[in-house]
Design a protein around this ligand. Structure first.
Ligand code: KIV
Ligand code: NA
Length: 266
């Protein structure tokens, strides 16, 4: 199997071939998504919510994320694996960003890192790309800035559209190989996608992006409760797993599991 590389993503943009990205945090999910042909897997800091049961993405640490990233990188035969730099592990300085990113490439063997921010992150993105660390940028609604942004809100509406375009362009010029746009009006995301040479990856950013990304537990129905407008539910894994666990427990209680076929003879 030929590994997906950054230049493939670039070629797909020029060919108008849209592709899908999913999060993955462990071997099981990474193996299935890789087999499905998903070309890019993101070890998101959304692991904070979806693995570690925190309320936001802020608490997850580099030491917590690296073992998950290593599991995904080891499991992906074809997919390009990108790891998020956690909150507080890169904003301090370009040197801090480089030291953190190098840990992900050396200890987890991912192929790229992702960080949140636009114009203000130019020094970080330059430092990383000059130091041979491929960078995916993330603009629009950036969950690590939830408190600074005043909650989950669409970004780039009205007069803020120009700021979003400037952020995306700044990331491209600093050397990023792709830009995630989260919760951005579809027409603005379309304009950014046209303006950029590098691929845009949308989440709540309309259909005109070069690619799309979703958190896998959201789109497969493992997370219950209210989900954002931009999530489409492709499966009901909560229902499937609930029924399986209940049936297993009932079989054990009834003495119908294990059967002779699951047991060893003397
Ligand atoms: O952490 C994450 O899952 C993300 C994607 C939703 C883009 O950053
Ligand atoms: Na993230």
């Amino acid at each position: 199997v030929k590994k997906v590389r950054i230049h493939h993503l670039q070629r797909w943009k020029s060919e108008g071939h849209r592709w899908a990205m999913l999060t993955a945090y462990d071997q099981g999910a990474a193996t299935v998504f890789d087999e499905a042909g998903i070309p890019v897997l993101l070890v998101g800091d959304s692991a904070s919510n979806n693995v570690f049961a925190n309320g936001t993405s802020l608490p997850v640490t580099v030491d917590e994320l690296i073992p998950l990233a290593r599991a995904v990188a080891r499991s992906a035969r074809r997919a390009l694996v990108v790891a998020d730099l956690p909150f507080g592990s890169y904003q301090g300085s370009p040197e801090q960003a480089y030291a953190t990113a190098v840990r992900f490439l050396k200890e987890a063997e991912v192929q790229a890192v992702k960080l949140e921010g636009g114009v203000e992150m130019v020094p970080q993105v330059r430092k990383l790309t000059e130091g041979a660390v491929p960078v995916m940028a993330h603009v629009g609604f950036t969950p690590q800035s939830e408190h600074a942004l005043g909650g989950y809100r669409v970004q780039g509406r009205g007069d803020a559209a120009q700021r979003l375009i400037d952020d995306a362009l700044a990331m491209q010029e600093a050397g990023a190989f792709a830009v995630v746009m989260e919760m951005v009006p579809a027409p603005v995301a379309a304009e950014v996608t046209k303006a950029l040479d590098i691929p845009t990856i949308g989440i709540g950013a309309g259909v005109s992006c070069d690619a799309q990304v979703l958190v896998w537990q959201d789109m497969m129905g493992l997370n219950t409760g209210r989900s954002p407008r931009f999530v489409k539910k492709y499966a009901d894994l909560h229902g499937v797993m609930l029924a399986a666990a209940q049936e297993y427990a009932a079989d054990v209680a009834a003495g119908t599991f294990p059967g002779p076929e699951h047991s060893f003879e003397s």
